[in-house]
Every structure is written in C-alpha cells, then in structure tokens.
Write a protein that binds this ligand. Structure first.
Ligand SMILES: [Fe+2]
Ligand SMILES: [Fe+2]
Length: 306
C-alpha cells in the first residue's frame, strides 16, 4: 500500500511588516483583503496540529498544492522555505505553486528558487523557476506530476493558466508513467473543473486539460484554490478520474468555508484495478484534536464509478 497525504492553501501568516513601497502594486488589494478577512479566519495553530497529525500518520509522500503564502513578499517566501524544511525531506514532499505564490510579477521565480528542492523533478539538477513545470517524480508505484497554474494577474483576479507547452509536456509524462504501469497523480493548484470557482478565479485551459486527460489518462488529480472539500470526476483514457479538492489547511472553524483538514489516500492494486481510499482528517469543531472526518472508497479496485 502507498499512502499519499494531500493538503493545500496554508497561506502562512501572520503577514510580516510591509513597507508602503511594497504596497504600490496589486499587493494593496491583497493586504486590505488579508486584514479584513484572512487574519481573523486563518489559524496557524490548526496548521501545526494538522501537520503534526500528518507526519505522525507516516505517509509515503506528501503533496502540497499551492498558496503557501499571501502576498509573496520576499520575507514570506523565506518563511515558507523554513517551514517546508521543518515539515520534512524535500524528496518526500512535492509542492506546486498557487496564485498567491505568484502574487506580483517576479514573485513566482523567487518562490520557485526558494522552494526548488520540493519542486524538483527526478533527474533535474539545475535551478528551478516558473519554466520547470510540469515535473515528474516517481516514488514506489506512484508518479507525481506537478503542474504550475500560477501566474501574476491583475488586481481582483486570481485566474490560473494551463497552456499548450505544459499540456504537451504533461501528456508526455502521463504516457511514460502509464507505460511504466504507475499510479499517476496530477497536482495543480486551480481546479480543472468548470464552475468550481467564480469566473475571476477560474483556470484558463480547462478544455485543454480535459482533452489531455481523456487522451492519456491519469489515476488521480489533486487541487487546492477553492478551499473546499470536493470530489469531481473527469473522463480519462479508460474510465473516470477522481479530481479531489481540500479545505485550506489554516482555515478555522466558524467561517463560510470548511475548517482546515488534510486528505490521506491509501492506494493499492495495479493498472486497471487500482483501489483508492480517501480519508479526510481535521478538527471536528468540538475539540481542537485532529480526528477522522470521513472515509470513503474513492475507486474500488475493479470498478471505477461513472
Ligand atoms: Fe488559497
Ligand atoms: Fe489560490
């Protein structure tokens, strides 16, 4: 059995002190937004409790699908790097960036440089930047394929992008991993699902993603961005592919969005007969303890739900 933990959107806080010069950009809207909404609703204590529980569960690998920071200030990127170091070995943790990690032009390259060890594909030795995606890492029977949908956007937009160049390279990875009989996991921050977000936050390139998935197949798609615990299905090469979202890891109880949790996937089987159990673990709101919130057989061996 291979156990894969997935969490997302940690939006590490609190925001460091910020200069007026740094605010002359899209960051001004994000700064006001953070102070109005995120500061009171995001709870770093819950992130610590979740990651402690996750590490104690000893998964074979951890996937983190973006939005590590808020405004992508240099000091936030450095804080997130130190936080990643504390979480575990780069070989055992795979990260893709989110729109908040690419908040203003130039930020994404800085984030990729700082977090490169956690975004490095097998056999890639050079520096990591925004052109290093997709990447592929093979761990046991699993191929983790990390896409970057992150790009600096205009104020009030949080769109993601999946363009032809990444689609071609992702397709090549899917083909190669399929021929090697691996369980293929695609990680992307923005959900490749129509209507999953409001229009100003959506992924541009959903049709391209769906076409690629239908032509080459995959076994699981993980995303963040919506801060919601969802399961959607997309057509793959030989059946439906689960597309799984997760709440923001730092979300506290009592807000519009669900409280923070992480997903634990237990994967067994072989091509054509994979079995996947999805367990969500977080705080149930009655006590701060992390407990099992739900558990379901997502893919049941010989039969893939329609
Ligand atoms: Fe987010
Ligand atoms: Fe996001």
């Amino acid at each position: 059995m291979f156990r894969l933990a997935h969490f997302s959107d940690i939006h590490l806080g609190p925001l460091p002190r910020i200069s007026y010069r740094q605010l002359i950009s899209k960051r001004i809207t994000g700064y006001i937004n953070w102070h109005r909404r995120r500061r009171i609703k995001l709870d770093n204590g819950i992130i610590d409790r979740l990651t402690d529980d996750m590490v104690a569960a000893a998964p074979d690998h951890i996937a983190l699908t973006g939005d590590l920071v808020n405004l992508a200030l240099d000091s936030e990127i450095e804080m997130a790097r130190l936080w990643l170091e504390g979480l575990g070995e780069p070989d055992r943790i795979s990260v893709v960036p989110g729109n908040h990690d690419a908040y203003v032009p130039g930020a994404l390259d800085k984030a990729c440089r700082a977090w490169g060890p956690w975004m490095r594909g097998d056999g890639h030795n050079g520096p990591i930047d925004r052109h290093s995606f997709p990447y592929m890492r093979v761990r046991g029977p699993v191929a983790l394929i990390g896409i970057s949908s992150a790009r600096a956007t205009a104020p009030f937009l949080a769109s993601g992008y999946f363009q032809e160049e990444q689609a071609e390279r992702t397709a090549a990875f899917l083909k190669e991993a399929g021929e090697r009989s691996l369980f293929r996991v695609i990680m992307i921050h923005h959900p490749p699902i129509r209507g999953a977000t409001s229009p100003h936050k959506r992924l541009l390139g959903i049709s391209r993603f769906k076409k690629m998935l239908k032509a080459y197949g995959a076994e699981l798609v993980l995303h963040g961005h919506t801060h919601l615990a969802t399961v959607h299905w997309l057509d793959g090469l030989e059946g439906s592919v689960p597309v799984v979202g997760v709440a923001a890891a730092g979300q506290s109880h009592g807000s519009r969005k669900p409280a923070g949790h992480y997903n634990l996937f237990e994967i067994v089987g072989a091509p054509g007969a994979w079995q996947v159990r999805l367990t969500r673990r977080g705080s149930n709101g009655k006590s701060p303890e992390i407990c099992e919130l739900s558990s379901q057989l997502l893919v049941s061996g010989d039969r893939i739900p329609a």
